[in-house]
Design a binder for this molecule. Structure first.
Ligand code: MTE
Ligand code: CO
Length: 425
């Protein structure tokens, strides 16, 4: 069987025909409006911009990307949007490199829109099974000992639309509910020590100050381990859409627990069984049982370039394939890449920092012979966990799930350089 045997490759069109998806074709336009070349600017001529003075320094008090990069942005998918207030916009993973997500491109997920807090009225309450209930102002929090840590933040629903087959045509949509930024914040254990925990304390309730009042239960052991009460992202104060002025950072665990606009922490002795940990963020298995309290985000990876929104412009020759890998268990130890749908694997090159529970960048350089390829990546973390194929995942989890889909992604690279979301098997 050849690698592009139609029996082996399940395209998204087949899935669409099977009626499992609606409206995937209605996505916003994806490709960049490429500027016209002006021969007068090309060598050996002196280009326009060399013949005149540039704009002065004060013209841009806050810098922005070049106007020629205006196509780079977060996007939503209309049929995944109940209302703009209860929606998600996705990180354009195919437009960025390295491991840090620029603040303005971090995906956003809100259940009741962006809460507009002002820093003067911000208060964080800490109460329940503590010796001394406390209320912190933002200045109180900023005065405490702080740390800087880069972590990935992935919505448990990332890739959730792909459970039953290939569907969305672009890594921004299939994998773009993840970002990775350098947080500055206070370890939660510092605040808990300040209040003093009663001996029965076992769980915390985290509550958001938005009108969804998002609430999640957090085991005390995790709170005392690496959870941060963060107020800066990549050095700047948190952006409103990411929880200004204070959010919870729960390294390696599902983003739903990373409560934004944090209002209250209650200490208790058992979980609260809130909506977000019962009817939501719970997966129905084939036998009718539900998986609950599935906090950890397992190892995952995706090739960001080439990908459906980032086709190859050359027809053959030297090609750099690039992608990201991450694991809630710790560091990424290795990433393998396949060009033939998982038959043969080669080890990719990891470049840049490979931090604990953070996005890790990989590259694979090869000579493309211009033939059709089935591109895959497979992440392995320091615990020895290996990212499963979608078929392996479905064996254990069935197809009723939405959350925690970390199966291997396949992109079909066509001879004309275009790329399509497919499944093999
Ligand atoms: N916190 C509050 N208060 N309200 C919310 O709607 N959404 C959660 C989480 N924290 C949410 C929240 C979900 S489901 C996700 S995926 C992350 O925030 C998204 O974080 P981001 O918008 O910074 O990407
Ligand atoms: Co989410």
């Amino acid at each position: 069987m050849s690698k592009n045997d139609p029996k082996r490759v399940h395209s998204r069109r087949a899935v669409l025909r099977a009626g499992l998806a609606g409206g995937a074709a209605a996505l916003a336009p994806l490709s960049a409006a490429s500027a016209q070349t002006n021969p007068a600017n090309l060598p050996p001529n002196v280009a326009d911009w060399t013949k005149m003075l540039g704009e002065g320094v004060a013209a841009r008090p806050y810098g922005k990307p070049s106007k020629h990069e205006a196509h780079v942005g977060r996007r939503d998918v209309s049929w995944l949007t109940a209302s703009p207030q209860s929606s998600v916009s996705f990180t354009p993973l195919h437009e960025i490199d390295g491991v840090i997500t620029p603040n303005g491109l971090c995906f956003e997920r809100h259940h009741a829109g962006i809460a507009e807090l002002n820093s003067a009225d911000y208060r964080l309450m800490l109460h329940g099974l503590v010796d001394k209930p406390l209320i912190f102002t933002l200045d109180d929090i900023k005065r405490m000992p702080r740390v800087n840590r880069a972590y990935f933040c992935e919505c448990a629903a990332n890739s959730g639309m792909e459970w039953r087959g290939a569907q969305l045509n672009g890594c921004q949509y299939t994998h773009g509910m993840v970002h990775c930024v350098m947080y500055t914040g206070v370890p939660l254990k510092v605040l808990l020590n300040e209040a003093g925990l009663k001996p029965k304390a076992k769980w915390l309730l985290l509550e958001g100050g938005d009108s969804a009042a998002m609430t999640r239960s957090l085991p005390l052991a995790k709170a005392l381990d690496d959870v941060l009460i963060a107020y800066r992202m990549n050095g700047e104060m948190l952006y409103p859409e990411n929880g200004y002025p204070v959010r919870v950072v729960v390294p390696g665990w599902e983003a739903n627990m990373w409560v934004k606009w944090l209002r209250r922490i209650e200490v208790g002795d058992e979980p609260w069984h809130t909506r977000e940990e019962t009817s939501k963020y719970t997966d129905l298995l084939e036998g009718g049982q539900a998986r609950r309290f599935t906090y950890l985000m397992e190892a995952k990876s995706v090739i960001t370039n080439p990908s459906p929104q980032a086709p190859l412009k050359h027809k053959s020759g030297f090609t750099v394939l690039s992608g990201i890998a991450w694991s809630g268990r710790g560091k990424i130890a290795r990433v393998d890449v396949s060009l033939d749908g998982g038959r043969n694997w080669r080890t990719a090159k990891i470049d840049g920092p490979a931090w604990d529970k953070a996005l890790t960048r990989f590259y694979y350089e090869f000579e493309w012979d211009g033939s059709e390829l089935l591109l895959q990546s497979r992440a392995m973390d320091e615990s020895g966990y290996v990212q499963p194929s979608k078929a392996e995942l479905r064996k254990y989890r069935g197809v009723n799930s939405i959350y925690h889909n970390n199966g291997i992604q396949t992109w079909q690279l066509h001879k004309n350089g275009e790329v399509e979301n497919v499944e093999v098997g």
